[in-house]
Write a protein that binds this ligand. Structure first.
Ligand code: G4P
Length: 280
């Protein structure tokens, strides 16, 4: 089925981002490191590219390091920089700032604005960890100051503890997924309300994906001896019975997805690049 989700305020938010670009020095596009391509918003790239864009691969602790390395090596020229963060653990702030400071494009921006705070637009699809990321850099007493400068309804200026000011945006999706698999991945990563999606569809996709690319993950986690590698439906039935959920495939599906989201199946990337990915 088509996954579509685009509340009215999204269009207005995007318009406001366009209007505010002249006020920021650069953008931070936060993505989920497990799907750094699929969680990029194709709708705003042209708009935000008028200033340097740094791609921030958050939840790096949950991603497959090999796949992250492949993505970075292939895409590094598309961005002013690709940075990695784990916003959940407190070690984030210093490491993120260190990565930013050694970046030549950022260094140039700092030099030019030596006397002032740099302003960054912060975007991201829902659930990539954007709020966690901002909270870490802003500290406990996060002050959302609307409307200065320029009147915005959906964007908020946030002062951080460092000489950075963020322009925060609501979690953004786009009206239609050209590639349905992108919608499925965002769903599995928690970017679309679970109630809008059929969890067993997501689970069956995830099972097929894992069987192909991480063939021991499910068997290890759910202690299934004879795992039907070529049959996702049979695999879901095995997981369901192993979890003691009888015929409740819906609950078993949700459990599998939650376990995946929390990293309980290991460090797994959904944007998965084969061995030939590095060759152009
Ligand atoms: P959003 O603003 O982009 O929508 O995302 P938000 O910060 O609300 O984060 C979504 C979930 O991702 C939260 O988990 C958050 O703790 C978790 N998270 C954020 N950054 C990271 C990271 O770098 N690594 C890991 N492992 N998790 C991260 P939650 O289950 O919704 O809440 P809770 O478990 O923190 O209570």
């Amino acid at each position: 089925q088509q996954i579509q989700w685009f509340p009215g305020h999204m269009a207005k938010t995007i318009r406001e981002i366009g209007e505010q670009m002249k006020l920021v020095d650069f953008s931070l596009e936060i993505v989920d490191a497990r799907a750094p391509q699929s969680t990029q918003n194709p709708q705003i790239m042209d708009m935000i590219s008028v200033k340097p864009v740094f791609l921030v691969l958050n939840k790096i602790d949950l991603a497959d390091p090999k796949q992250v390395a492949k993505f970075v090596s292939k895409n590094k020229n598309q961005f002013a920089g690709i940075l990695t963060t784990d916003a959940k653990t407190g070690v984030l702030s210093k490491d993120f700032l260190r990565q930013l400071k050694v970046n030549p494009i950022f260094a140039k921006l700092s030099e030019k604005n030596a006397a002032a705070n740099l302003k960054a637009l912060v975007t991201g699809t829902p659930n990539v960890g954007k709020s966690t990321f901002i909270n870490h850099l802003a500290g406990k007493n996060i002050a959302r100051t609307a409307n200065t400068p320029g009147v915005t309804h959906f964007l908020y200026w946030i002062r951080t503890r460092y000489n950075l000011i963020f322009l925060d945006t609501p979690g953004l999706l786009w009206p239609k997924f050209d590639d349905q698999e992108v919608g499925t991945k965002i769903g599995i990563l928690g970017g679309i309300k679970d109630t809008l999606l059929a969890s067993d569809d997501l689970a069956l996709w995830l099972i097929s994906f894992l069987q192909k690319n991480y063939p021991t993950a499910i068997a290890t986690k759910y202690k299934i001896g004879h795992f039907p590698l070529d049959n996702p439906v049979a695999a879901l039935m095995s997981i369901t019975s192993q979890l003691g959920m009888r015929q409740d495939f819906e609950s078993a599906s949700q459990r599998l997805i939650n376990d995946f989201r929390a990293g309980k199946l290991g460090r797994i990337s959904l944007d998965f690049y084969g061995d030939d990915y590095l060759e152009d």
